[in-house]
Design a binder for this molecule. Structure first.
Ligand SMILES: O=C([O-])CC(=O)C(=O)O
Ligand SMILES: [Mg+2]
Length: 220
């Protein structure tokens, strides 16, 4: 069931899901993140990590993110609350290697990451605010993982779903994911029909007429 939902979500894109959120009046678009490792689309269930400034949490005997990596696999996306920090990395290449080995779908960081070239070569998609060479060590630490976090102002909990592509990152609250995916599928189907009409020579002013302007207000 959960796997089926991830498969259906992965067949969509961030814009169709964003439109579904608009239609349903649900918050979930995380503004300010972009794919740093190439053109990817990822979708999956959320595993969370929260980072804080070193000194705000007891020193840890393990590097940030490692527990989340070891608990994750195919169908999972690791989501790192990094407070929007762009001056220090909240994710790196050895973490990406371990995540790729486990089949993790990708990583979302609300802040900067490093070793971007390594992650790209591994084919491990990383969405973040920026790239920076500065290590996390001595600067930020993991305060906790598998807990509710805030990503670009959006409340995100373990078990929520996420889709990310070249247009950005969109979260689907756990209890509404099925409903949101259903609405997004209908929006995507309608857009496919519109694209076919444009390819067949229909005027775009008609295809994207009043029906397009109001389609996110309709209750169907
Ligand atoms: O030290 C760090 O920030 C983490 C790092 O480079 C890696 O995971 O390769
Ligand atoms: Mg490294």
């Amino acid at each position: 069931m959960a796997e089926d939902l991830v498969r259906r979500l992965a067949a969509l894109d961030a814009c169709a899901v964003s439109d579904a959120l608009d239609r349903l009046g649900v918050t979930g678009v995380a503004l300010g993140l972009a794919p740093l490792t190439g053109n990817h689309r990822i979708a999956g269930r959320v595993t969370t990590v929260r980072l804080v400034e070193a000194g705000e949490a007891p020193p840890s005997p393990r590097h940030l993110g490692t527990a989340a990596v070891e608990a994750s696999g195919p169908g999972d996306v690791i989501v790192v609350e990094h407070g929007g920090r762009t001056g220090v990395s909240g994710w790196g290449g050895i973490l990406s290697l371990a995540a790729a080995q486990r089949g993790v779908e990708g990583v979302v960081v609300d802040g900067a990451c490093r070793d971007v070239d390594e992650s790209r070569e591994l084919g491990l998609p990383v969405f973040a605010r920026a790239a920076v060479p500065l290590t996390a060590r001595g600067r930020v630490v993991e305060q906790d993982w598998n807990i509710p976090v805030t990503i670009c102002g959006v409340a995100v909990a373990p078990g929520d779903h996420v889709i990310a592509d070249g247009s950005g990152v969109v979260f689907l609250p756990g209890e509404r994911a099925e409903e949101i995916v259903g609405v997004a599928e209908r929006i995507a189907a309608r857009e496919r029909t519109m694209a076919e009409l444009v390819k067949a020579g229909a005027p775009v002013s008609e295809v994207m007429g009043a029906g397009y302007e109001t389609m996110l207000q309709e209750n169907r």
